[in-house]
Design a protein. Structure first.
Ligand code: ATP
Ligand code: MG
Length: 356
């Protein structure tokens, strides 16, 4: 099935109906994940969240769960960035959500939320010290698998975060490129996932890895919960979310080589053709609705619009410069409108299927 199944000019009435239906289900947590690096995850999260928040009037909390903090650098001003990270003990970041657990204080009482006007969403900013918490989550995972309450509570830290974000329509997670302990906890807490990918052989492998890893983790967690003496100590009484696959986004921002010459197109096309089958094979256990097109869209090379939107700290659709930016911005508007429409359509179809 191809993306042509989802109409890019879907009447806004239909979209509004889908949005209303989605909002009636309460907050939906979506992670954007690929264990391959540099495939456009952060760019997609920031620009898709901005499109849905600014154009479709949704309340979105974006969580920068990547210790590289690229999303945070993208959306906050340079001055705020310096002020925050220059301090010896910066607080109010994703680190402050996880740190209390490691010193036996339990879940943080409030989420450290920051409003980002240019993008229309709120954020929990990233923190390089999050990398230090990989160990805590990895150690406590062993305890969780054996039914230990402490390990299970640590593993459920993002479920607690999502529960506290109940006033939002969506929580979007930007994640680092690994199958490590932080990402495991996020994937076990979220309701849905989207896979941003480049069109290359590594993306085919990444799709296989994601499917296999998540299935194993879910089984191990189920086992831990069965063994635990007191599920009432765990968020949602230890109920594991069903994680659904909403679709993948391809990007071509590496279609040109450093010298500006096109890359080998035949290899690219051969892999592009394999993607739908690979996705169907590796991720079918995560489909709740077989009938939706899983290709949410294709992001072409947007030239200097991408770095310019980073330095200006505005979404690509709102970069106000003229000249060569005019065409790139027009393309960006079409691309993100199309992906947002397909994303909302698939989410609505998935949620309606779930309650049948
Ligand atoms: N459509 C695009 N056109 C041109 N450049 C792009 C486009 N999308 C992303 N880029 C550039 O590609 C680089 C990688 O993108 P991004 O940081 O979003 O990838 P990522 O998957 O989040 O990386 P990581 O795995 O390190 O987190 C960035 O420098 C970004 O500016
Ligand atoms: Mg990134």
């Amino acid at each position: 099935m191809t993306s042509s199944n989802n109409k890019s000019n879907q009447p806004s009435e239909a979209l509004a109906k889908s949005l209303m239906s989605i909002k009636s289900h309460g907050v939906q947590a979506i992670c954007f994940f690929n264990n391959k690096g540099g495939v456009g995850k952060t760019t997609l999260v920031a620009n898709l969240a901005a499109q849905i928040a600014l154009k479709l009037d949704c309340k979105i909390l974006v969580v920068d769960a990547d210790p590289q903090c690229n999303l945070t650098q993208y959306v906050i001003s340079d001055q705020e960035f310096v002020d925050h990270y220059n301090s010896d003990n910066p607080t109010n970041s994703i680190y402050s959500v996880i740190h209390p657990l490691s010193i036996g204080k339990g879940y943080s009482t409030e989420l450290p939320i920051k409003k980002i006007n240019n993008f229309g969403f709120d954020i929990i900013i990233g923190d390089p010290r999050l990398a230090l918490k990989e160990d805590l989550l990895a150690q406590d995972w062993r305890d969780a698998k054996a039914g230990g309450v402490r390990g299970l509570r640590t593993t459920f830290v993002f479920s607690d975060l999502i529960k506290k974000a109940k006033n939002y329509d969506f929580v979007f997670f930007d994640m680092g490129p690994s199958l490590g302990a932080i990402n495991r906890s996020i994937l076990l807490a979220a309701n849905h996932f989207v896979v941003p990918m480049s069109v290359d052989i590594f993306s085919l492998w990444a799709v296989r890895n994601i499917g296999e890893a998540v299935k194993v983790w879910q089984k191990e967690l189920e086992n831990g919960i069965r063994l635990t003496e007191d599920p009432s100590e765990i968020p949602n009484n230890g109920k594991i979310q069903r994680l659904c696959f909403l679709g993948y986004v391809t990007q071509q921002h590496k279609e040109k080589s450093e010298s500006g010459q096109p890359r080998v197109v035949e290899a690219y096309d051969a892999i592009r053709q394999k993607l739908p089958d690979e996705v169907n094979k590796s991720l079918k256990d995560f489909f709740d609705n077989e009938n939706i097109s899983k290709h949410l869209g294709d992001i072409k090379h947007l030239a200097s619009l991408a770095p310019k939107s980073q330095t200006l700290h505005v979404p690509m659709i709102n970069v106000k410069l003229r000249g060569s930016y005019t065409t790139a911005r027009k393309n960006a508007r079409e691309i993100f409108n199309n992906i947002a429409t397909n994303f909302i359509t698939n989410l609505d179809a998935t949620l309606s299927q779930k309650i049948k």
